[in-house]
Design a protein around this ligand. Sequence first.
Ligand code: XIL
Length: 300
Amino acid sequence: ATTLGAQAAQSGRYFGAAVAAGKLGDGTYATILDREFSMVTPENEMKWDTTERTRGSFNFTPADQIVSHATAHGQRMRGHTLVWHSQLPSWVSSITDANTLRSVMNNHITTQMAHFKGRIYAWDVVNEAFADGSSGTHRSSVFQNLLGDGFIEQAFRTARTADPAAKLCYNDYNIEDWSAAKTQGVYRMVRDFKSRGVPLDCVGFQAHFGTSGPPASFQTTLSNFAALGVDVQITELDIAQAPTAAYANTVKACLNVSRCTGITVWGIRDSDSWRSGVFPLLFDSGGNKKPAYNAVLTAM
Ligand code: XIL
């Protein structure tokens, strides 16, 4: 096949991109998006600081623009994200009462998922809840600090009730290396959730890599998580300087794991990237295919 989406579809997978609502009117951007990609993640438009900037007042307008575009072009959607310590409005992070925060969190999940019900393939229900470094435990956040370890389970149970048809994912970065304490911490959580029937369907590996690309153990990590009974996805891929071998190795790690169901790159052109200074994507700022694009197409 001659596009990323069509090539991924040959093995039943998708190939997605993070999309910004404000760029949909850019013809070069939209042309590449609609030609190449079969899954869309809103880069910022479904985050708490956009969708519920003040308590109980929801704004889905920019996210709706992306969903409408995706629907019109036959692309599926990943919802990103419901519970995250970052891009969180201060009215939430300054809550000091556990019962208030629990009800605020559950209302946020329920209202946002209800709005998009039936139009989201998978939700990143909880994003980046684990700490960096050697602890393998949850990071400090208002959710962790007031609700304790159980906040993640609570979020997934609420999400399942809100939209039983959506796949519910945990998403994080620096969990690609099997030997990392953070990877092991997330693995223990997934194993525990699956053994107790907590509704969790998938794990997203962000895959924001340096120039050397994925760790050697990445495929092992994907397959070990998949063996717990979850789908796995590469959700936010970008690689500093976009070396062809690093991109090909990342794609092959997914293709070699049957429950690795798709790959999403975190932006379209280098100029669209949150890491634009390291030119980490598959298209240059003019919208031309880079060598890494051909490496990815060939590896699939
Ligand atoms: C980034 C966006 O790309 C930026 O535009 C924004 O300023 C900050 O967030 N992990 C995630 C994504 O889960 O939501 C982040 O996206 C990148 C890191």
